[in-house]
Design a protein around this ligand. Structure first.
Ligand SMILES: [Zn+2]
Length: 195
């Protein structure tokens, strides 16, 4: 089993609605409650659906997290199927300095350098003094020298090209931002790709 200092009950679990679309990320604690109460089933890596009794018979393998229980260990599910949940919810990511930097992978959007995070600024593409607003489309990560060089000018005026047009994070990227996880569990991949 992986050595993890974290409480296995706080591990993230991807929850799917009745139609197998990802709708939220919950905790293993809530996942076990829903599974035990019958409101949800757990999916294994092959996509087979298990109720609690069937799930507790699955072995805890090296790649799994296990929850110690009386007489053994219970595999922590990675994907949960909410049997009666109909809604499709697209989570929005809060616009924040940290999340803009995560979207931009901590890379200056003008010179493409990746200095330490403390040397990164958030740049208003259209400066605030020119009516530029705080939005996913108008905020980018910039290193200090680029931010200083651009000053109160637009990229065109400063002859500084953006690496890419800034946009709000997409759904699957949103999930990762919400979690602050660089990589989802491999069991999540089929569902994040289809989202
Ligand atoms: Zn730069």
């Amino acid at each position: 089993m992986h050595v993890r200092s974290r409480d296995p009950l706080t591990l993230p679990v991807l929850a799917l609605n009745r139609h197998f679309h990802p709708v939220q990320v919950t905790t293993a604690r809530r996942a076990f409650l829903l599974l035990f109460g019958g409101a949800a089933h757990a999916l294994d890596e092959a996509g087979d659906v298990h109720d609690f009794l069937s799930w507790r018979r699955l072995p805890v393998r090296d790649s799994d997290d296990g929850l110690p229980i009386v007489g053994g260990s219970l595999r922590v599910p990675r994907v949960l199927h909410l049997r009666r949940y109909e809604r499709v919810r697209r989570p929005t990511v809060r616009l924040s300095r940290r999340n803009v930097m995560l979207r931009d992978a901590h890379q200056c959007q003008y010179c493409s350098k990746r200095p330490p995070v403390r040397d990164l600024n958030i740049d208003h593409v259209v400066p605030r003094s020119r009516g530029g607003v705080d939005s996913w489309e108008n905020l980018v990560t910039a290193c200090r020298p680029c931010n200083l060089r651009k000053g109160r000018r637009t990229p065109e005026e400063a002859s500084m090209r953006l690496l890419r047009a800034p946009t709000a994070p997409r759904w699957s990227a949103s999930m990762l931002l919400l979690l602050g996880r660089p990589q989802p569990f491999k069991e999540w991949e089929p569902f994040l790709k289809s989202a």
